[in-house]
Design a protein around this ligand. Structure first.
Ligand SMILES: Cc1cc2nc3c(=O)[nH]c(=O)nc-3n(C[C@H](O)[C@H](O)[C@H](O)COP(=O)(O)OP(=O)(O)OC[C@H]3O[C@@H](n4cnc5c(N)ncnc54)[C@H](O)[C@@H]3O)c2cc1C
Ligand code: FES
Length: 277
């Protein structure tokens, strides 16, 4: 059992928990995730390891309450235990060899998985330029964390309530065109955002890595739920990823697959709160 040691509300429907998980903390690397279950009949929820503390044996997770399982997770309080937590799963992100300056782009809740990437690269001496975007100021989080590991931090909001009004891709395009000697881009966020970044950087032949939040069930390569086409090959996001070369990802197929269970999810959402132990 994994006890919740800290809980913080970062934005409406966005929570951070720090959980006791010494074995996972010992091995975790940027790009990896866990799968957890809150109760015996509960759905498995994949969540990125947003941070880890090897000395204290804890991991940090940030989650958006989008459906019944994440809403139930959000009801747990400090001292409560998560029934099971498996990880670290997935491959650590393979960072471009020899890159000296990398732009890290986080959109919405994607800042949670982009932060460990930026932190790890910063600690290994790579210069980080970060772009963080959200729909509005209320949904921005981790700006201080991102600033601490970045040479430059750019903030955008769709409505202009903080930072620059517009999309992360507007800033990215300017950075690329101002010839800052960018070697690669890591972009994590909603699928349409990652596709937009990928379409942009492809024009400049700029190496880009994205992390796919595909639908997952077992997280071990057995169920096929997280199938993704990379180049012309079928891969599984859970064991081959979740990070992939953006220019090889079939984003249209991924977006179609994410919409596949929307009706079932709506029905399940109506039962939110039932079945809690
Ligand atoms: C490797 C990986 C890492 C992830 N890391 C994080 C994280 O750090 N923080 C976080 O908030 N979320 C993360 N997710 C997404 C998270 O797993 C889903 O939001 C969660 O499983 C939804 O469960 P639910 O029962 O609450 O919602 P459901 O009722 O299952 O779904 C509600 C809504 O969320 C959408 N949704 C469901 N699953 C996903 C998904 N995998 N990706 C995007 N949208 C989805 C559905 O289309 C639907 O609109 C990650 C997913 C993967 C695969
Ligand atoms: S989640 Fe089942 S194969 Fe990846």
């Amino acid at each position: 059992m994994n006890k919740i040691l800290q809980k913080q509300v970062l934005a409406p429907t966005l929570k951070q928990i720090i959980v006791e998980a010494p074995l996972i903390a010992k091995k975790a690397k940027a790009g990896q995730f866990v799968i957890l279950r809150i109760h015996e009949k509960g759905e498995r929820i994949p969540l990125t390891i947003a941070d880890y503390d090897r000395d204290n044996g804890t991991i940090t997770m940030i989650f958006q309450e989008v459906g019944s399982s994440t809403k139930r997770l959000g009801l747990l309080e400090i001292g409560d235990e998560i029934l099971d937590l498996v990880g670290p799963l997935g491959q650590p992100t393979e960072h471009p060899a020899g890159a000296k300056r990398i732009v890290c782009v986080g959109g919405g809740v994607g800042v949670a998985p982009v932060y460990p990437e930026a932190k790890e690269l910063h600690e290994s001496g790579v210069e980080i330029i970060s772009i963080v975007g959200a729909r509005n100021e209320e949904l921005l989080f981790y700006l201080d964390n991102m600033k601490a590991v970045s040479k430059e931090l750019h903030v955008t909001t769709d409505d202009g309530s903080k930072g620059r009004k517009g999309f992360v891709t507007d800033v990215l395009k300017e950075l690329i065109e101002s010839d800052k000697g960018i070697d690669a881009v890591i972009a994590i966020g909603p699928m349409p955002m990652m596709k937009a970044v990928s379409d942009l950087t492809k024009n400049y032949g700029l190496k880009t890595i994205v992390s796919l939040n595909s639908l997952m069930v077992d997280g071990t390569g057995m169920c096929g739920g997280c199938r993704v086409t990379i180049g012309n090959e079928t891969k599984f996001a859970c064991i081959d990823g979740p990070a992939f070369d953006a220019h090889e990802v079939d984003f249209i197929e991924q977006m179609r697959r994410l919409r596949m269970y929307q009706i079932e999810e709506k029905v399940e959402d109506c039962r939110c709160g039932e079945g809690m132990e």
